[in-house]
Design a binder for this molecule. Structure first.
Ligand code: HEC
Length: 386
């Protein structure tokens, strides 16, 4: 069985770039024929899927041979990221249950976000409503948050306001809503009208105070911040710089959910790759520059990490970093590291914001000593241990 597979590889390299789609269809047929019906296994599938990815956008209904080949590859890729791509590229109808299944199995992956958006495309949200009643409700809520899709908002809103959902799920739904500007505004509206259940206010305040949109932060401070600042007033910078910190505790603070620095930064292999890597930040920035970076992220935004706001023609908004851009599409990376692709033909507006996606008020949620510990930890990164 080795030989046919090798042959297919050779064909792919040598022919694909030069020959037209008819040839690709034959190649697909060939790759299956050679591999045999029982061994249309991993290697040949990925070859076929790659060949297919070059045919995307073709009208399957006008080309029955291609349609048969595509459906066959789709079956063999079920449960993988390739499956999601094929369904998207060929606009295959009726795959939503399998897409949802895939997304629930891999809720933290970018392809899951893509899958859930396709499920949200259905005229009725029944599939997702079912999932919200099932055993994977937590994953479903997480996906609805990372989908960054306004059609997810009413589903999340219902959970937040429903006395039937468990507390853990409602917290998650608040966090999911706070990820988009529209969702955040919705939370604020409920807070203003006194509909937001009181046990959710602290979570909402915590999330919204670190949202990247200045007007949301302001309103949240007015509506939701409990009397008195949770962090005691911060001593002056000179005093902070004089204090010694405990780098071990600083590391704990860095990765703890409260400040969640690790949700956007990596130190060595730990944390999420969204903002700049901080593995050697102690060599680049002294303590005073570190305090400045933490207390006023908008003052100096690192090159390549500018915040972009995209608006689609159907009025959806997304905020994040541009991960890559081609003539056809923009890949936007959101906090948490998830990448979503937006076809340029569907964009109404793109705007570079003056604010960093690193939240302005974040360091103020820490106690002064925690902040000192955190800076001590960062200042030591990349320096040889003494
Ligand atoms: C929502 C994502 C996010 C969170 C959470 C976040 N950051 Fe950032 N951070 C960024 C981005 C994006 C940048 C680059 C843009 C800028 O300079 O503001 C950045 C920049 C930085 C820089 C400057 C890096 C350089 O090379 O100049 C430091 C230091 C830093 N962050 C530390 C932290 C610490 C410590 C925390 C936790 C208290 C934290 N960040 C939380 C996204 C985040």
């Amino acid at each position: 069985m080795k030989r046919p597979l090798t042959l297919t590889r050779v064909h792919r390299r040598a022919w694909l770039p030069r020959y037209g789609s008819a040839c690709l269809v034959h190649l697909l047929a060939l790759s299956f024929a050679l591999a045999g019906p029982l061994t249309a296994a991993a290697a040949s599938t990925s070859v076929a899927a790659e060949a297919l990815s070059r045919l995307k956008g073709m009208d399957l209904e006008a080309n029955p041979a291609l349609k048969t080949a595509v459906l066959r590859v789709v079956e063999t890729t079920r449960g993988t990221a390739q499956f999601v791509e094929l369904v998207r590229d060929f606009k295959l109808p009726g795959q939503e249950p399998a897409l949802l299944d895939y997304a629930l199995q891999h809720p933290s992956e970018s392809s899951a976000t893509e899958a859930i958006r396709m499920v949200l495309n259905l005229p009725q949200p029944t599939l997702i409503q079912e999932a919200l009643k099932g055993a994977r409700i937590a994953e479903t809520v997480q996906l609805l948050g990372s989908a960054n899709d306004r059609r997810a908002l009413p589903l999340l809103e219902e959970l937040v306001l429903s006395p039937k959902a468990s507390a853990a799920i409602r917290y998650k739904a608040v966090r999911a809503l706070a990820r988009s500007r529209e969702g955040a505004s919705l939370l604020l509206r409920h807070a203003a009208e006194n509909h937001l259940p009181s046990e959710l206010k602290a979570t909402a305040s915590e999330e919204l105070s670190r949202a990247p949109w200045p007007e949301i932060q302001e309103q949240s401070a007015k509506l939701l911040r409990p009397a008195g600042n949770p962090a005691d007033a911060l001593p002056p910078l000179a005093e902070l710089l004089r204090r010694r910190g405990d780098p071990k505790n600083g590391e704990r603070v860095f990765f703890a959910p409260q400040a969640n620095c690790g949700g956007c930064h990596q130190v060595k292999a730990r944390g999420i790759d969204y903002g700049p890597r901080l593995t050697e930040i102690g060599v680049k920035l002294g303590k005073d520059a570190l305090y400045a970076a933490l207390l006023d992220p908008n003052a100096g935004i690192s090159f390549g990490y500018e915040t972009w706001q995209l608006e689609t023609k159907d009025g959806e908004e997304a905020t994040g970093l541009i991960a890559s851009e081609t003539e056809q599409e923009i890949a936007l990376k959101m906090p948490g590291g998830i990448v979503t692709r937006y076809p340029k033909s569907n964009l109404a507006k793109r705007e570079k914001l003056k604010t960093s996606t690193m939240p302005q008020g974040l360091a103020l949620t820490l106690r002064p000593q925690e902040l000192v510990d955190l800076v001590e930890y960062l200042a030591g990164l990349g320096k040889p241990a003494l």
